[in-house]
Design a protein around this ligand. Structure first.
Ligand code: SF4
Ligand code: SF4
Length: 256
């Protein structure tokens, strides 16, 4: 099985003279290629332990660099710069700056788990990819992902009121991700979404009256009421505070 490799030699460290004669021998061009020495001083020897605290990355220390994960990876087939084996190697060495050079592609893991299935050491590379993506986000090295913004809104409502309102989660999610709901309504997406909820097939078959009678009017009114009055789960007050404190403590434990 081939091991897909990634070079650690930056092109900027390769030097070549176009014309060079040494002891009367012409060594112009590639004959005189030299690699400038590199000394890495910027490593974090606690980094592997830190990444292991993220769910899914607990076994990163088991990796023996066989390359099977990268070899089987769906994303590597699309982009040879996407290399789980390489990032696991950097994680183990604590080379955070090298990992951050690829911060714009690490999140592209599609969670197909082909790497995890093939790994002979049960490293669970998919979990390591997710852990690295979360670390980049938690440390503020990259933009918050849409899924994090969704989770934050979901958790905010749970903690504040002991329940969530679907319509409020969605509207705040669109707002916080700078998606224009009006524009979505105008280009028809929202209409299709609602029509699908309301038995789209009836409308498509020309049963307009049946479609209208099945429209969940009371449900829509209830959602509107909840958006406006924001009801809480009964006796939620103190429970919400305890939950909020617990979440804060867990975050501090995980991220310091
Ligand atoms: S994570 Fe598993 S499959 Fe990938 S290089 Fe390490 S041991 Fe091999
Ligand atoms: S889960 Fe991610 S890293 Fe693993 S094979 Fe699929 S795309 Fe690649």
């Amino acid at each position: 099985m081939a091991i897909h490799e990634k070079t650690l030699i930056d092109p900027s460290r390769l030097i070549t003279s176009d014309t060079l004669v040494v002891d009367g021998v012409d060594v112009s061009g590639h004959w005189n290629t030299m690699i400038l020495p590199r000394t890495l001083k910027e490593y974090d020897d606690g980094f592997e332990a830190h990444i292991k605290e993220y769910a899914g990355a607990e076994n990163v220390h088991r990796c023996w660099q066989c390359g099977s994960c990268t070899n089987s990876c769906t994303m590597y087939a699309q982009n040879t710069d996407f290399n789980p084996r390489y990032w696991i190697y950097l994680t183990r060495l604590g080379l955070k700056d090298e990992i951050l050079k690829d911060k714009d592609i690490i999140w592209q893991c599609v969670s197909c788990n082909k790497c995890t299935n093939i790994c002979p050491k049960d490293v669970r590379p998919e979990g390591v990819m997710k852990a690295l993506a979360h670390w980049i986000e938690a440390e503020g090295f990259g933009e918050k992902s849409n899924s994090t913004i969704f989770d934050e809104e979901f958790a905010r409502q749970c903690i504040a009121r002991g329940r969530i309102e679907d319509s409020e989660v969605m509207t705040n999610f669109y707002k916080n991700t700078n998606q224009d709901i009006k524009e979505m309504a105008l280009n028809g997406w929202l209409g299709i979404f609602v029509a699908r909820m309301n038995k789209w097939t009836e409308l498509r078959n020309g049963n307009i009256w049946k479609f209208i009678t099945r429209t969940p009017i009371m449900h829509s009114l209830h959602m509107g009421y909840s958006m406006f009055f924001k009801p809480k789960t009964k006796s939620w007050g103190h429970t919400g505070e305890v939950l909020s404190q617990y979440v804060k403590e867990q975050k501090e434990l995980a991220h310091g």
